[in-house]
Design a protein around this ligand. Structure first.
Ligand code: SF4
Length: 942
């Protein structure tokens, strides 16, 4: 007897159309295939052709489908109808909303443009938003870099002309030892996962240095559970040991760094500590061929690392001498730093030996000739296969800039930057600090600002100060308080505006920045500042405009809401002018485009800015006849010309004979070409230019052809950052522009041109009241604060206990289910605790931004995020305690202004009985969108 075999369709079609765009569930910008069925998103998968992810998709990326369907999406423009902070709004039309915004913004542009503070969060359109702010004329613009990882970015640019992550990556194909400092999951997701997979498959080793062993640290071959804030000390000790052992790449240092550049040694000279320069201002080295002075970049010059020079009665010694003086000192001997770092001296010696062995005994050579900028031909490429990666973990400290600098100096001393197996730059990087703009702040009523807001100062003349020497910006960026604040200080805007220090503002305009909750220090205080009134009953910050796609905690504190689209409903460009998707072997950029249409009355924020630019008659946003220059952001992406031949997108520009890449005029079919190509454009770096990019003639020629810069700009790495010495000289009394007296000592101490380590500024020597370090990190499964209202991702992290190491767990007699009161010098919180053994013994930590305020994000007020979730932000003050001089410094790095989130110290005590809700429990807010259903389910297609 036979039975019919049932027909099973094992692979039913999931979609009837695939549209390719760019993910925005984190900042990695992977390519995605969005499967549509009956016009609805049915499934998201990775794009196998995409240069960033090559088909890999993470949990966040696939959960994008819940993001575009989230109940918390804002639905229409909103005007506040109740008291600020209540969450009571009335829906209005876009015309009403834009008229209201124009009515607030036009008068202050005409009289005092600095009264607008325009700050954006994890904005991926900064080259556009900054152009808008520049055109408006306010000096008060920045994105979120100042509270994120500006120390890493600025230290990288000042030292190497590039940084980790977006601007650089390990040479995954050749590295043999990969050393990871600090948390990385939040910034580098799929690319670093793929990279770690690649090196592990080859048998390369991975060492993780982090107080917490989670995420990438959990798959490392070795883990050093360092004490928070002491990474710089460990790195300087590694430098000490490598110098002592003579395990340095001397030819590399001589040719490609400023180690041989001569420094004025006369303490009485106004040039003390500055480079010896020729008449044309070129730093001088000794040429080994002649023993004479020569330009650092002279043709055929062979710089000498050891030669000194007497000139006009003054001795000049090379940078390398100064480094040896400093780093060979016993201060950095492992035995001396071990108690502070929590890493035994033997393990520090072991790590230094491993770095030296791999760099020099396992060096690799690629049979690839190349020619450097001095015209010297090299028959091959020598690699030191040791690579590093770091992001916010080491940078979000008040000593973070110097720590990040120290790491780059370590990499450079072993010749492991831009060589095979080391760190490689991603085009359009490398680009030295001198090739970036300097900051601008000159305000003229009714006119644009005199140049770009953000940049890289090279001395006191570049500071943003008013005629009286006071900060010109509301966040005090580029002032004597933090002279090299390349990304601004977004975390100080609300506090400064509330205090009227340095001045009052009229309108706070924010884009996707949850400043009344997880993006602020002193969260409770910030909410109060946003709602405080003056004696006349007017809000101290008179107007707040906010754009977001979701009903976040910040929405309740705005007067006017401009609802944004989700990332699948909009145009975007991931531009070479901004933060592109390049790889070390290729220049690349990408777009987003509306693969679905919004089902709500929302508009892409960038298109709204084009409209506002027209209404406000901003130069660059109107034609000569006053009509709108750009219909929307897509029109801007296609037609904006930044400089001749250069626009937001580099692919498929128009040449004389058709389309071409890099340079060219606007092409009306450009976005269609991107869509046809999967949403991205890529152009490979020539083989000869693959390494040694700052010095390679082949790379420089290619970079000019592609439009990264207009003439070759070779440079050498800056182990010694001369601009920092210029600030020190001003503090010592040199020059016309000098700091106020109360800041002189701080500038002299912090702005050392060679990396140093100092204890975090909030530490009080001898005070053991707060003995425990407290940290947060973003989980791998969530990047934006949107993540913890995403129906799928909430199932991974629904709440966030405070993880406690064994020593503290046992000392307090904690057991599962216990709660603890955690107290900092600023505030207290009460939270559930959990035991974690793989943790620095004096550190507690939790996931950041899981905790939500009741009423926000369309969540049930009883949701675990709102009851058991919590923020450490409540414990962190935005100002340090008053010191002897009465001044309260920002809780920031004194050089860059980076928010010092990870300097937090606490004490912890067990609660007598478990609680049902975390404290502080802020009253619920009314949400302008209805609460989400208990179950979210829908069917797509038939
Ligand atoms: S790594 Fe980031 S960009 Fe890539 S798929 Fe995941 S969430 Fe999207």
């Amino acid at each position: 007897m036979t039975h019919p075999t049932p027909h099973l369709d094992l692979s039913p079609p999931v979609s009837d159309e695939i549209r390719q765009t760019t993910c925005y569930m984190c900042a990695c910008r992977c390519g995605i295939n969005v499967h549509l069925k009956s016009g609805k998103v049915a499934y998201i998968e990775g794009n196998r052709d995409h240069p960033v992810n090559k088909g890999v998709l993470c949990a966040k990326g696939s959960a994008g489908i819940m993001q575009i369907n989230a109940p918390s999406r804002l639905r229409a423009p909103l005007k506040r109808s109740g008291p600020r902070g209540s969450g009571q709004f009335t829906e209005i039309s876009w015309e009403e909303a834009l008229t209201l915004a124009t009515d607030w913004l036009q008068p202050i542009r005409d009289t005092a443009p600095q009264k607008l503070a325009f700050f954006t969060g994890r904005d991926q359109s900064q080259s556009f938003t900054s152009l808008w702010a520049q055109s408006y004329g306010t000096p008060n613009y920045a994105a979120h870099g100042g509270f994120c990882s500006v120390n890493m970015a600025a230290a990288g640019i000042y030292t190497l002309g590039g940084a980790f992550w977006e601007f650089g990556q390990p040479d995954w194909n050749h590295t043999k030892l990969f050393i990871l400092f600090g948390v990385a999951e939040d910034h580098d997701s799929n690319p670093i996962k793929m990279g770690i997979g690649k090196i592990k498959a080859r048998g390369a080793r991975m060492v993780a240095i982090n107080p917490i062993r989670t995420g990438y640290n959990a798959v490392a071959d070795d883990w050093l559970g360092i004490t928070p804030g002491t990474d710089g000390l460990l790195i300087l000790s590694l430098i000490h040991l490598l110098m002592q052992a003579g395990r340095l790449d001397l030819p590399y240092l001589a040719q490609f760094t400023n180690a041989p550049v001569l420094i004025n040694e006369d303490p009485n000279s106004p040039q003390n500590g500055l480079f010896l320069r020729d008449e044309d201002g070129h730093p001088q080295v000794i040429d080994r061929r002649t023993g004479q002075l020569a330009r650092w970049d002279g043709q055929g010059v062979e710089p000498d690392l050891t030669g000194t020079h007497r000139h006009a009665g003054i001795t000049h010694r090379p940078v390398f001498h100064h480094m040896a003086d400093r780093y060979l000192a016993d201060t950095y001997a492992p035995e001396n730093i071990a108690p502070l770092t929590g890493i035994p001296a033997a393990r520090i010696r072991q790590l230094a030996a491993e770095i030296a062995r791999v760099a020099f005994d396992e060096a690799i050579t690629l049979d690839q000739p190349w020619t450097d900028f001095r015209g010297i031909h090299h028959a091959s490429m020598t690699g030191r296969p040791v690579s590093f990666h770091a992001m916010r973990g080491i940078s979000a400290h008040s000593n973070g800039f110097q720590t990040c600098r120290a790491l780059h100096v370590l990499q450079t001393l072993i010749g492991a930057v831009e060589t095979p197996g080391g760190m490689r730059f991603k085009p359009p990087y490398p680009k030295p600090a001198t090739a970036h703009p300097r900051p601008h702040c000159k305000v003229t009523p009714g006119q644009p600002l005199n140049g770009p807001h953000l940049g890289y100062p090279h001395g006191p003349d570049d500071l943003c100060l008013d005629d009286n020497g006071n900060p010109a910006r509301i966040d005090k960026a580029f002032s004597w308080e933090n002279p090299m604040s390349a990304h601004g200080l977004m975390h100080m805007v609300i506090a400064n505006a509330h205090a009227g220090d340095p001045y009052k503002i009229d309108t706070l305009f924010l884009y996707m920045a949850n400043m009344s909750w997880n993006s602020s220090m002193n969260t409770s205080g910030t909410m109060k500042m946003l709602t405080d009134m003056d004696a006349d009953g007017n809000y101290i910050i008179p107007h707040i405009i906010y754009s977001d796609a979701y009903s976040s905690e910040m929405v309740a504190y705005a007067d006017l809401i401009l609802p944004d689209t989700t990332y699948l409903e909009r145009h975007d460009c991931i531009s070479l002018l901004d933060r592109p998707i390049c790889e070390a072997d290729a220049a690349a950029d990408a777009i987003r485009w509306p693969v679905i249409q919004p089902d709500r009355d929302v508009r892409a924020f960038q298109s709204v800015l084009c409209d506002l630019g027209h209404r406000l008659k901003l130069p660059g946003f109107i034609n000569e006849d006053g009509s709108a220059k750009y219909a929307d952001y897509a029109d801007y992406i296609t037609n904006h010309i930044r400089r001749p031949g250069i626009g937001p997108l580099a692919g498929w520009r128009m040449g004389e004979t058709g389309t071409q890449h890099g340079r060219g005029t606007a092409n009306q079919g450009q976005i269609d070409s991107y869509i046809a190509n999967g949403g991205f454009w890529v152009e490979h770096v020539p083989q000869e230019a693959a390494y040694y990019k700052p010095w390679s003639q082949a790379y420089q020629t290619w970079a000019v052809k592609m439009g990264f810069y207009d003439s070759p700009q070779p440079y050498i790495f800056q182990l010694y950052v001369e601009p920092m010495r210029r600030f020190q000289l001003a503090a010592e009394g040199e020059g016309a522009r000098q700091p106020p007296d109360h800041l002189r000592a701080r500038i002299m101490a912090s702005m050392d041109p060679l990396p140093i380590w100092y204890a975090p500024l909030s530490d009080t020597p001898g005070d053991e009241s707060y003995p425990v370090h407290a940290l947060t990190q973003r989980p791998m499964a969530m990047y934006h604060s949107w993540g913890s209202q995403n129906a799928w991702l909430r199932q991974i992290h629904g709440h966030n206990p405070l993880y406690v190491p064994t020593k503290i767990w046992e000392a307090n007699g904690f057991a599962d289910g216990d709660w603890a009161r955690v107290t900092s010098p600023h505030a207290s919180i009460t939270v559930p605790v959990a035991h974690m053994a793989a943790l620095n013994e004096n550190t507690v930590w939790t996931w950041n931004a899981i905790g939500k305020r009741k009423g926000a994000w369309a969540l049930d007020p009883k949701a675990p995020e709102a009851t058991k979730g919590f923020l450490l932000n409540h414990l962190i003050p935005e100002l340090l305690p008053a010191r002897g001089d009465g001044h309260r410094w920002a809780n920031s790095d004194p050089i860059t202004g980076q928010a010092a989130w990870f300097d937090l110290r606490v004490r912890i005590e067990k609660c007598a009985a478990p609680l049902t809700e975390t404290l502080p429990a802020h009253p619920g807010i009314t949400s302008p969108v209805p609460r989400g259903p208990a179950k979210i389910a829908w069917k797509i297609g038939t």
